[in-house]
Design a protein around this ligand. Sequence first.
Ligand SMILES: [Zn+2]
Length: 191
Amino acid sequence: MVTAAPGEERSPALALVNTRRLNAGEEVDDLAEPRDATEWLRRHELPAATIGADDLSRLTDLRAAVRELLAAVTEDRAPDARALETVNAAARADAAAPQLTWPAGPRREWHSTRPGSADEAMAALARDTIDVVTGDLGGLVRPCEAHGCVRFFFREHARRRWCSTTCGDRVRAARHQRLVVEQRETSQGRS
Ligand SMILES: [Zn+2]
């Protein structure tokens, strides 16, 4: 299991985008099979009865659309119109209503009209996407700067540039390697 990128615990939409990643140049998809997706949704408190093959392709389409929206936010540009429509369609698929509960203080919960359905889970992911890109978190979205990494994270600390210590270590090791080679070349040039 790969470590979650900073912010994934605050945003299932960010976590969704990061289910497609690279590991040593190889593409890894945490949602490759319907049962992987069912399990992933359950872990992110988005219980969907069972994800079928059709639901899975809708979920991976939604993932691609959310990625495009996060990229647009970080690049300060308008997103692809299809990505916008995909997220809006997912948000509309469940006519959920906000409900006020008061466990230990006021809390907003969304009550689905289709509880337990794949639409409920996808609408929740779409709503979170809309909250992220329109809210304060939008300004924190960053792509990992490590070469060969495609994950996004929330930059909660000003100096953070990588999605994980693994990526940070990899960048530092590559930089060190480059320095060693340069020093070797300089000293060879002198002799
Ligand atoms: Zn990374």
